[in-house]
Design a protein around this ligand. Structure first.
Ligand SMILES: NC(=O)c1ccc[n+]([C@@H]2O[C@H](COP(=O)([O-])OP(=O)(O)OC[C@H]3O[C@@H](n4cnc5c(N)ncnc54)[C@H](OP(=O)(O)O)[C@@H]3O)[C@@H](O)[C@H]2O)c1
Length: 325
């Protein structure tokens, strides 16, 4: 028996993805076979699809770090046939064939039951981007007096950024959004951003060791100098959640914001988070923290994913891409 999947192969030094028939693996103990109804596109999937170093070790490979669907075969005491489930991160779409295929074979301790009142489609409108945004915002709400001042979000039109804008604004925080696409201010205003700052303006002055303490919190999705600038602008005892590196993997900063203002810089790693944290975050996203993402979600067939991969690699994607099998 075979299923259809977006198989990325290395051909003459280039990485090319095509829809191919792939054999359904034989299920092993402690695992489930899931019929994937929906997946979604994240920046990491675009890297895996284009052969970027450090994501996938061995090609041919089926990317897709996000999976939502139904258990069709089980060798696990935790899951029964027909259970609706979500699986994100761990080694899915990195060393285990992922959600860009119609079937995945996963260990049961990577899989969670779908929260009530949530469909596979709903889950994938958030996907790993939404889970990362929720983890970033949870750090802020747990660690600081988050409603006492504004929050800054960078990479604001992206998947993690736009959902972070929505979540913080839902929690009553005044959100300022830094973006390289200031023309998309309408989308960001609809998500609840009160102020839109163009990335060029934000970065126009050199980064200082300590700048005006304007923000109580920040979600940084881009890293590099943008993160250095954000660190200098955080007020006393504020918190920054940082998760991304599209603007650079390294930055130069100073100890002063940490030792004079007591700020905290928190790293977010949603992929390897413990399963119970993921369950809590999905519960929040399906209940008190749920957002209307219709305006910023585009649904595509897996055969049409190539264009969307090119766009996300160029930083041109807005909001979320859901993949329907
Ligand atoms: N640590 C984790 O657990 C985790 C989980 C998920 C994602 N991530 C990382 O988080 C980042 C965002 O992921 P995503 O899925 O939201 O990607 P995305 O949808 O592509 O969003 C990234 C956004 O960053 C901005 N951007 C792009 N190129 C930039 C550049 N050169 N300089 C500054 N800003 C730039 C763009 O927004 P604007 O045009 O609005 O500025 C872009 O939309 C990625 O680095 C990804 O690998 C980490």
């Amino acid at each position: 028996m075979a299923y259809k999947g977006y198989l990325v192969e290395e051909i003459d030094g280039s990485f090319v993805g095509n829809i191919k028939d792939i054999d359904i693996p034989k299920i092993s103990d402690g695992n489930v076979l899931i019929k994937v109804k929906y997946s979604s596109l994240n920046y990491k999937d675009a890297l895996a699809s284009s052969g970027a170093k450090g994501v996938v070790r061995k090609y041919p490979f089926v990317p897709g770090i996000d999976v939502a669907g139904e258990v069709i075969e089980t060798r696990s005491s935790k899951f029964s046939l027909g259970d609706e489930v979500i699986a994100t991160g761990y080694k899915i779409g990195m060393s285990e064939f992922g959600g860009f295929g119609e079937v995945v074979h996963l260990p049961d301790n990577w899989v969670i039951k779908m929260p009530k009142n949530f469909s596979s489609y709903d889950a994938m409108t958030y996907g790993t981007a939404g889970l990362t945004a929720a983890a970033s915002v949870k750090k802020i709400t747990d660690l600081c007096d988050f409603s006492s001042g504004p929050a800054l979000v960078s990479g604001a039109t992206g998947g993690v950024g736009s959902i972070s804008v929505g979540l913080l604004s839902k929690l009553g925080v005044e959100v300022h959004a830094v973006t390289g696409k200031p023309d998309e201010s309408e989308v960001l205003s609809k998500m609840g951003a009160k102020k839109i700052i163009s990335r060029n303006d934000f970065m126009s002055e050199p980064v200082r060791a300590l700048d005006k303490g304007i923000y109580t919190s920040a979600v940084d999705t881009v890293g590099g100098n943008v993160l250095a600038k954000i660190i200098s602008l955080i007020n006393n005892h504020g918190v920054i959640s940082c998760c991304g590196n599209v603007a650079g993997a390294s930055f130069e900063s100073s100890v002063f914001p940490f030792i004079l203002r007591g700020i905290q810089l928190c790293g977010i790693d949603s992929a390897e988070s413990p399963l119970d944290l993921k369950e809590n975050l999905w519960e929040l996203l399906s209940n008190e923290w749920s957002l209307d993402l219709t305006n910023q979600t585009k649904t595509v067939k897996i055969a049409d994913i190539g264009n969307e991969i090119s766009k996300i690699l160029k930083g041109e994607q807005i909001g979320r891409i859901v993949i329907k099998h």
